[in-house]
Design a protein around this ligand. Sequence first.
Ligand code: SAM
Length: 270
Amino acid sequence: MPTTLASDDRYGFDNSTRDAQDQVGYLAAYLDPHTFAVLDGLDLPAAGRYADIGAGAGTVALWLANHGDSDGSTLVIDLQPQHVPQHPRIDILQQDIATAALPPASFDAIHARLLFMHLQQREQILTNLVDALKPGGKMIISDWATDHLDDMFIDGPDTVRQVFDDFQHTLIDVLGRGHGMDSTWARRVPAVMRSAGLQVHSGMTFNEVMHGGDAGMLLHASNSRQKEAELLDAGMTADELELLREAMNNPDVLTRSWPMHTTVGVRPAA
Ligand SMILES: C[S@@+](CC[C@H](N)C(=O)[O-])C[C@H]1O[C@@H](n2cnc3c(N)ncnc32)[C@H](O)[C@@H]1O
């Protein structure tokens, strides 16, 4: 029986801004090849019922809707779903996932990428979602681990390395202290899935090397614009943020992304 939860809206970004539109686009461009490869390997039924929670640009919801046949359906739940495309097999619910009541044993797959790390009641919400999976249904959760920030910069001028490292530490601190983001949750997901009653099916880490100009690098520039006021309050200067933005467009600068941990759990057959 799902536990009733209070609202869980401390998300650190606002999808209604111009920069957030870029942000969800960069996330999709950078991460979709990984996510689609994982989904492709799961043998999801064509007439399935799917959910994408915290859908952002909606590209994963679109993949699920296109994977399904005319009997398939995909439910999107997002606080601000305005970037999710219209599709005859996508239903969009604008809601906080903490307070959403999903029908029990009704989904073949529930996907959430870069959502749970931002939630405060993440363990309880995951447990509630297990109840909504059919027996044999799969839960696919991907989140960044953002606690090894000094390992990210690979090559480029020393001035850029310094500002990149400062930016990463300041941003993650702003999102953690200001918005309750959890930097280590991504690695805990397999254990939390198990204690919520799922079998762990598989887990993998996506952690690419990126050049300035790549979508994953432009994401940092976009984040620096969206969080500019809080970054300045936390001690960064406008000149440092400008240098960071230029560097994220410079193909000679090489960094690694935050590692994204993807875990797939399966609800045991009844
Ligand atoms: C970082 S974006 C990730 C978007 C997309 N899943 C991706 O990986 O490209 C997080 C998304 O989760 C949504 N979100 C955040 N907190 C939420 C909540 N409590 N309930 C529902 N959606 C939420 C945001 O509106 C946003 O669209």
